[in-house]
Structures are given as structure tokens and as C-alpha cells.
Design a protein around this ligand. Sequence first.
Ligand code: SF4
Length: 378
Amino acid sequence: MTKENRKIKVAFPHMGNVSIAWSAALKKIGAEPFIPPYTSKKTLSIGTKHSPEAICLPYKLILGNFIEAIEGGADYVSMITSPGCCRLGEYGNCIHQALIDLGYEANYVEMRLYDGIKGMYDYLKKVSGKNDPILFARAINIGIRKMFLLDDLEDALSYYRAREIHLGDAEKHYNKALQMIKDADNTRTLKKVKKLVFEEMKKTEIDKNRDVLHVDVTGEIYLVCDPFSNQNILKELGKMGVQTRRSLTISGFIKDAIIPKVFRGSETHLQRAYRMAKPYLMRDIGGDSLECVSDVAYADERGVDGIIHISPFTCMPEIMSQNIFPAMRENCDIPILPLIMDEQTGKAGYLTRLEAFTDLMRRRKRKLEKEAKEKLSV
Ligand code: SF4
């Protein structure tokens, strides 16, 4: 292939499995997705070395992803931007400047997610140099559909992992299912794959009668969705017999920020957040704090066994949420475990906290069941 007709290599930062969705969209427009190595300790140390010390963990990891992508040969690095009261609004400029200062020459391009479909359209136009509404609609369509399926698959993994008889069995089937989603290159194939991936998960041998705990995981969206940055919390909980439900997902975010209102159907996460965060928090204060506060009330309403709140060290909106949780105890009787992550977080200490929290939830569950039985027998 000559230099002139060589496809442009476009990279995005990692955040869980999101690379599968954006790769599909980029392939549709004729660009070559460049997937940097999945975030690792090396990525973290590169990002940390070139970041302000007190900046939040996602910034450091994203910068590390970009540097690894450029060094690997990416022509473009893409950043998602949003307005808002927290540092995310400044991330784009800071990361771009950091790359220039370090002498990296890749093109830096932003996708303004809060502009909805228009933001995605403008982004695709920039990286492809084309202006083809039908092609772009197809690209956005397959990217979004893959993301929804990936999140549903993650929920299924959580169900099977908490009940699997042989450790690692659910993940083995999940990886096969993931590959099927990766390989589906058009929406027709993806529809067929949708059925197949859940059939694959059903092959996991499970103990249906296991006494499983149910825990919601909320917090800053990057940390909730990215296993490296949250120290693979969903997997660790699964091994302890806990089924998790991520309160924040990328597909939930897409529903709120990208899909037009008329196509949304049921109440979105953000709509529920405005309804349920009252009276503890009356307005959006940036990041995901409004959602997190409402997620505690929502978990309590559904009677789940506990909720874990994960946030990056120095994240202003999540510091606010954590300070609101004690005030919620009056109305919400649910155990809450706040976890703060940064590049110094060690796995052993955090596993001990998870084990202690799981013990607490089990004892509480037994106590509540006993009290309910006694009430019935009176
Ligand atoms: S929400 Fe928190 S972690 Fe995310 S960009 Fe804002 S301050 Fe940083």
C-alpha cells in the first residue's frame, strides 16, 4: 500500500471494552482503528510521570494510553470532551498541550459528546475527511449497538461469575462471546451474534441455589467501567459470590447524551438521578455526583445488599457525594463502601476491605431474614 492510500490510524483511550465499539465505527468510515496496548502498570507510570501530581487518575491513564498509541504508530489520538464543572472540561486542552510539550506529533482530535449525534458526526468528518451522512449514520449505529450489547454481556458475566461452579468458567465463555462481538462487522451479523453470546454464557456451569449477594457499583464513570483502574473490582466481588450491577455504564451515558429524546423509551439514568437525588443534592455539580447520590437511594429502594462507591483521589464531584452519603442514612438503610483509587492503591489492602464489606452484608442479610421470619411466626 502506498503512503497516499494508506489508511489513517486513529486511536482512542481505553475504558473497559469501549475500544470494540469505536473500532467498529471507525472501520465503517474507512479509517484504521489503532488500539493501544490495554492499560497496564507501564501505561500508568508513563501517564503519571508526565501529569500534574494532584490530577485525577483517569487523566494519567488517558495520557499514558495516548503516548503508547503515538509511539505505536497512531496518526490521530481522539479525546472525548464535555463541558461541566469538573476537570474533564479542561482535560482536552491539558492533554493536547502535554503531548505538544513532549514533542509528539500525532494529530489530536476531540469528540464533543454532549453535542449528541452532531458531535459524533463532526468527529467522523474530521478523521475521515469525508462528508457522507449515510456512511456516518451506519458507523454511529454499529458503534452504539455494540456498546449496548457489551454492557448487557457484562451484566450476564456478573450473574454467572457469582454462581459458577468452576472458578474462571464464566470468564472463559465471556471471552468467547466478546470475540463474537468483535468479529461482527455489520448490524445484521450483530443481531445474530446477540442471541449467540447469551447462549455462550449459558454454557457456564452454575449453582442456582447459591446464596448470592447483590451489590450496586457506582462512582466516577471511568473508574466504574475500567477494570484496570478499579483493580478489577467486579471480578474480585464475583469470586466472593457477589453479583454486581454497575450503576454507571457507557450505554447508559449514550442514552442520556447521544440518543435523541424521542428514541429513549424508559426513564434514563440522568432523569432518574434528578428525581431521586432530591432532597440531598438539588443540582448537577459536575462529574457523576448527582447520579451517585441518586444511585444510593435507588439501591436502597430495590433492597439490594449494599452499594460500593469508587472514586479517583482528588475527584471533586465524588468528594461531594461521599460527604452527602452520611446525611442519607436517615432514609436509606443500606451499607455503603467508599473506595478511593489512585496510582498508589495497593491490591491487598483493598481486597481486605471488600472481604470485610461482604461479611458485613452477609450478616446483615441473615439478620434481616431472621427478623422477617420471626415477624411471620408471631
Ligand atoms: S469527574 Fe472526577 S475524575 Fe472525572 S474528570 Fe472530573 S474530577 Fe476528574
